[in-house]
Design a protein around this ligand. Structure first.
Ligand SMILES: Cc1cc2nc3c(=O)[nH]c(=O)nc-3n(C[C@H](O)[C@H](O)[C@H](O)COP(=O)(O)OP(=O)(O)OC[C@H]3O[C@@H](n4cnc5c(N)ncnc54)[C@H](O)[C@@H]3O)c2cc1C
Length: 604
């Protein structure tokens, strides 16, 4: 079915109702069986065939625009001088896959195996790889790309029959290779295939771009559009899911498993109810799936009762265990004698229009992809690593002994401490962005800039996301507790210092004229600390708010992704990830959906 109107939905019943569109992969797999009906409810616009989505290298363009972005903000962060931070997230069919930067990265083996160790059989690297490959359609780099861009791969880690196009960008910024070689010159080895479960080193990433059209490949083009003509698949956009209703819910508090029988959604200010026969599948992402659960009466009594939400299932973990990658930038002015292919010039409307025209013949700046990534253990980049790591482990052990860390969180921390202590497990990341992306000063027209982004992989701080009221249109209270564990900030400070070392190392050293932000007057740990707090940005990779863990460990879903206490409600998005990963997150969102599809269909 093409996208439908509300009248075609409300008087019908559906086997599966998928709330939010991170589940487009799931919808494609479930609706492959012609005898089941699937309804997708998406709060945002369809945005189909939209050049702002499809034409790459418009990074950040959709952010702040409510046609594409939820425009969330965090609460004031006490460990960041009470600053609030913006949290842009994709709104519309395809969710954040329509707005992301298209880097395609899988996590390290041990990070996925940790989910199984924390109590979820079947959620391990071997299954992850199998499911991740299923949806992938990989195209090898050309010889030129391999030689000039250093794009390498190992075929065994790629799928070639899936729907999501994965290839290497045809154009990369001229600063990428020198940065990569400078890393090599500092002893960081090149990884031939980062998608094989080892990201420790420096490498050029694959991207989710269609190599034939050079356009974005995302959940819509890969999974929705090829299925849209199925007469058992229905898509209703601008429909915000409010809550799930359960059979006899008024009298069933305390029963072991409630059965969902309908979903309430809002459209144009009106509420509608639609009946579900088999399952409700929440795919609204880490920031919104907990809101739907809480509005449905599933969560902590302390959160729900004061807001007057009828409480059906006590589940303390809803909206807890939130983990977020953060990063900050260091910007550089580039040598004016050379063309670096930077994106700041897109601010010039005439030049931008010309680049759009050039894209029609697959030329120009829009063929550019982000390529260079470096992930390292802290030991490899910081002379203070062993001192800081020992101190962190001692602090955590003492806090646990004194009852300040729950046994459930302690199980996660034990894994994180092992990762920290292991000198070949990654803790931090450097990425380059060919544009000015820092905030202390303004870029000058005509000059070329690039920004090095430094991020952490496995934060110790844990945040929360809870409803503020019964109103589904009100943004939940998003409190990431940034730097509540100061080690997260210490790690970034060490990352800052190493980034400066790279800037002093050839061949990258000769590419730059000067460090612009923060500038060389920032030297002491205290000054670096303030700079990081001032310029901190979300990496858009939040996980954990509906963690897949045993119930007594704060779990919200079991290994079948079923919400505890329900018969037929599952969560299928990044919110189920119980412990963060050393990778960007889109590959993982797709892999989770693939594995979930097989669980729901009874294949595994
Ligand atoms: C700007 C940006 C850049 C990024 N760059 C990269 C990158 O280069 N590489 C990478 O791997 N990852 C990247 N990411 C992250 C990656 O895209 C996301 O982690 C992934 O797409 C998230 O998928 P998800 O399943 O959690 O949910 P989302 O993609 O957030 O989808 C949730 C969907 O549910 C809808 N929804 C929410 N609430 C409701 C409701 N109540 N009713 C109905 N619908 C609802 C939303 O509108 C949205 O469509 C980036 C993200 C952003 C925002």
């Amino acid at each position: 079915m093409p996208i439908v109107g509300v009248a075609e939905v409300v008087d019908r019943e559906f086997d599966y109702i998928i709330c939010g569109t991170a589940g487009l992969t799931l919808a494609a797999r479930l609706s492959a069986a012609p005898d089941v009906t699937v309804l997708i409810l998406e709060a945002g616009n369809p945005n189909l065939h939209d050049p702002a989505i499809l034409v790459p290298a418009q990074y950040l363009r959709q952010l702040g625009d409510e046609r594409y972005d939820w425009k969330f903000t965090t609460t004031e962060q006490p460990h960041c001088n009470n600053r609030q931070y913006v949290w842009p997230r994709g709104k519309g069919l395809g969710g954040s896959s329509a707005t992301n930067f298209m880097a395609y990265i899988r996590p390290p083996v041990e990070d996925v195996d940790a989910w199984e160790k924390l109590g979820s059989p079947g959620w391990n690297w071997s299954n992850y790889l199998k499911y991740s490959k299923r949806g992938e359609r990989f195209t090898e780099p050309t010889n030129d790309q391999t030689i000039s861009h250093r794009h390498t791969f190992e075929q065994q880690y790629h799928g070639t029959n899936g729907e999501l196009q994965v290839c290497f960008p045809s154009l990369i910024s001229a600063s990428e290779v020198p940065y990569h070689v400078a890393m090599n010159n500092l002893g960081i080895g090149t990884v031939k295939e980062p998608l094989g479960g080892n990201v420790n080193g420096t490498w050029m990433s694959a991207v989710t771009i269609d190599p034939k059209t050079l356009k974005r490949s995302y959940a819509v083009t890969s999974f929705l559009e090829p299925s849209l003509e199925r007469n058992n698949l229905f898509v209703l956009t601008r429909a915000t899911v409010e809550r799930v209703l359960f059979q006899d819910s008024a009298t069933s508090l305390g029963r072991s498993h409630l059965a969902a029988n309908s979903v309430v959604f809002r459209r144009n200010g009106k509420s509608f109810e639609v009946t579900v026969v088999r399952e409700v599948l929440l795919c609204a992402g880490t920031l919104k799936s907990p809101q739907i659960l809480e509005l449905s009466g599933i969560g902590s009594r302390q959160v729900l009762s004061p807001l007057g939400v009828q409480h059906h299932i006590p589940l303390e973990g809803v909206g807890q265990n939130v983990q977020e990658h953060v990063y900050f930038g260091i910007s550089y002015e580039m040598d004016p004698a050379k063309e670096w292919h930077t994106l700041d010039k897109l601010k010039d409307k005439v030049w931008a229009a010309e680049q759009m025209r050039l894209f029609d013949s697959q030329q120009g700046i829009h063929t550019l992809g982000l390529a260079g990534f470096t992930f390292t253990p802290m030991q490899q980049v910081s002379p203070k690593a062993s001192e800081l790591i020992s101190a962190q482990c001692e602090t955590l052990e003492a806090a646990y002994v004194n009852g300040k860390i729950s046994p459930a969180l302690w199980e996660q921390y034990k894994i994180q401490m092992r990762v920290l202590q292991n000198a070949s497990s990654v803790d931090m990341e450097w990425t380059t962005l060919p544009q000015f992306r820092t905030f202390r000063t303004q870029p000058e027209e005509e000059k070329q800039y690039m920004t090095v982004l430094v991020a952490l992989n496995h934060p110790f701080s844990r945040g929360t996301i809870h409803i503020a009221s019964k109103n589904p249109d009100e943004q939940p209270v998003m409190d990431p507790h940034y730097f509540e564990d100061d080690f997260d900030l210490q790690l970034l400070i060490e990352g800052f210092k190493f980034a400066r070392k790279v800037a002093q190392t050839e061949p990258f050293k000769s590419c730059i004229v000067r460090e612009v932000d923060p500038g060389l007057d920032v030297q002491t740990d205290e000054e670096i600390r303030e700079y990081i707090i001032d310029g901190l940005m979300t990496a858009f990779h939040t996980v954990g708010s509906c963690s897949m863990l045993p119930r007594q460990m704060g779990g919200v879903v079991d290994p079948q992704l079923k919400v505890y206490g329900t018969q037929n409600v599952r969560v299928v998005d990044l919110s189920i990830v119980p412990l963060h990963i050393g990778a960007h997150t889109q590959a993982t969102a797709y892999a989770i959906a693939e594995q979930a599809a097989d669980i729901i269909r009874g294949v595994i």
